[in-house]
Ligand binder design. Sequence first.
Ligand code: FSX
Ligand code: SF4
Ligand code: F3S
Length: 417
Amino acid sequence: MKLLESTKNIVEHSHSHTKVSLDYSQNPQGNNLELNTKKGLFRKIKARLDSLAKSPALRKEKYQDDLMEVLAKNGFQRREFMKWAAVVTASLGLPASFVPLTARAAELANRVPLIWLHMAECTGCSESLLRSEDPGIDSIIFDYVSLEYHETIMAASGYQAEKSLEDAITTYKGKYVLMVEGGIPKNTEYFLTIGAHARTGAEECRHAAEGAAAIFAIGTCSSFGGVQAAAPNPTNANPLSEIINKRVINVPGCPPSEKNIVGTLMHFILLGDMAVDAFNRPKWAYGLRIHDLCERRGHFDAGEFVQAFGDENAKHGFCLYKVGCKGPYTFNNCSKLRFNSHTSWPIGAGHGCIGCSEPRFWDTMNPFEVPLGNRYQTAFTGAGADRTADNVGIIVLGAAAIGIAAHAMISGAIKPK
Ligand code: FSX
Ligand code: SF4
Ligand code: F3S
């Protein structure tokens, strides 16, 4: 964090002296950018990629082809790949002239060893990414990456699987990216044991984290504990960051989109580090609220709300706030990037956002089909268990909820639907 802050100062300082500026339109703070000019940043990324290109492609037995051939075999042309690279580049807050660099980073992704561990979870994060029914470009790139260990898709099992994990940890010590999916029991670690030697989940995480070059918690379970950590949390499930002593970047969502998983990997390959918010989520993906860019936002502003699922207003695609949408309190980019190769997302499908990328959302955002504002109105007028809101974040959230709820109520009064 210190390093990022100091580079931010350099960027800001040099800004006052030079006319060359970066495109910060999607990344207003710009504090994930280490150099002070577009040219300098371009050179820095290019040097990183040049040095990566010198290392050998891994998993040759599986992919002798290059990425373009792998994509072609799956029916994608270069034009589609470049379009994909343009979307990722823009999402990461980088200028359009960097698109060829993103494309190259994807092509070189088979040089980066990746270990993916499963803890307590539903495997939805892996499925969001792999989309085995209908893989998109993100899924294919992920498969093309040197995925050294992933229990769901590897052929090995039992002792053999454990051996492949050990081999990967030893062979790529200090170089591999570690991605962990799922919550992890703490103290009563034995509530989660894995594999032939029945190691606890926590032991496995600590062991794999030691030699990792970068560590990402994939999904809300690994980032914040997730569904098994919901009250009363019978297994003492905890986030990865509570289990190990190294820096963890959280990529939450239940599940996170394939773009957020692959985009984070691309960001790492391109720049090595990234700016994060207070919950250690990459700012490029979790910097805005769902509500900020929601396709139904015009209806919210006009006071046009769905009152009950299936009503006339639902057919018109009106705002889902009154049937419980938590988009105003949720930081994620679903409204922009969507899921399943940009085809749909929860609000597009007609249900409100349930706040799945926020800490403790199972406890704080439910009931999912009731507006959050209703609950806080009760709490703030004196009754209700929520009066015990035990941290500033929730109180701030509550204040925002009251504002949002007031808008919905006033709009409802003026314009009953
Ligand atoms: Fe599931 Fe990943 Fe939710 Fe958790 O998910 S989609 S329960 S975030 O760890 O598979
Ligand atoms: Fe979209 Fe939900 Fe905001 Fe309505 S309340 S505009 S549905 S994010
Ligand atoms: Fe989750 Fe809300 Fe996106 S429920 S998937 S953050 S729209």
